[in-house]
Write a protein that binds this ligand. Structure first.
Ligand SMILES: [Cu+2]
Length: 230
């Protein structure tokens, strides 16, 4: 190897090392969405209520235009996060207030309800097992936790709704929204300490490649994690 080639190699290694160090520092410094603890003080056998909302644009922070989920913490405050600690072997009663519009689904599979207790969900109080997204307002987002087989489509707010949410999150319950409810069981004690990915499977990242970028790839917006606690 000539002197130039060796110098080039050293430079390339230096650049790679610099990149790795920079990545580690940035990953450490960039704030992560907070974890909301639904496991602390939980008494075994009682269900946990998980109240979420989906907004068409968050309205603040580094990505104000991103669609996003929010989570209500145990003291009733909306928090911009998608990370939760939940107790093992527990029924989770989920309520999702959906303030975003919808569209036909690219993949009809995600119009179906799977993995919930009773294999169903309710939309504005009416039980359903599948939504036809080619009809009416369509589906805005899904709540899907693949490892548990849980998936629920979230119906969209009509584009002609008079009082669509037009403020920074959280949206007030006076704005037009669809209420989706369902329940699922968290895994048993053998899964304590394990973390489960969940996300939306509607490619809703506007102005990104195939809609799968932006909020679809940012933790705290269209995806998050559930950690099972003892
Ligand atoms: Cu989405």
């Amino acid at each position: 190897m000539g002197k130039g080639a060796r110098l080039g190699l050293v430079l390339a290694l230096f650049v790679a090392a610099f990149g790795l160090v920079t990545y580690a520092v940035v990953a450490y410094v960039v704030p992560k969405p907070p974890v909301i603890d639904f496991a602390a003080g939980h008494s075994a056998g009682t269900p946990v209520d998980l109240h979420l909302q989906v907004v068409g644009s968050l309205g603040y922070g580094p990505h104000p235009t991103y669609v996003s989920y929010l989570t209500m913490n145990p003291s009733g405050k909306w928090v911009h996060t998608t990370r939760w600690d939940l107790p093992a072997n527990t029924q989770v009663n989920v309520t999702i207030d959906q303030y975003d519009s919808g569209s036909p689904l690219r993949n009809q599979y995600f119009g179906g309800v799977t993995g919930t207790l009773g294999g169903k969900a309710t939309l504005n109080g009416k039980s359903f097992t599948v939504l036809n997204a080619n009809n009416g307002a369509g589906v805005g987002h899904t709540f899907t936790m693949p490892a548990l087989g849980v998936s629920v489509p979230l119906w969209g707010v009509s584009s002609t709704a008079k009082n669509a949410c037009n403020q920074a999150a959280p949206c007030p319950s006076s704005a037009a929204h669809e209420v989706v409810k369902f329940s699922f069981m968290t895994p048993g004690s053998q899964s304590v300490g394990h973390t489960y990915r969940w996300q939306c499977f509607v490619p809703c990242g506007l102005a990104t490649v195939d809609g799968n970028g932006g909020p679809m790839q940012a933790i705290g917006y269209m995806g998050g994690f559930m950690t099972v606690e003892g």
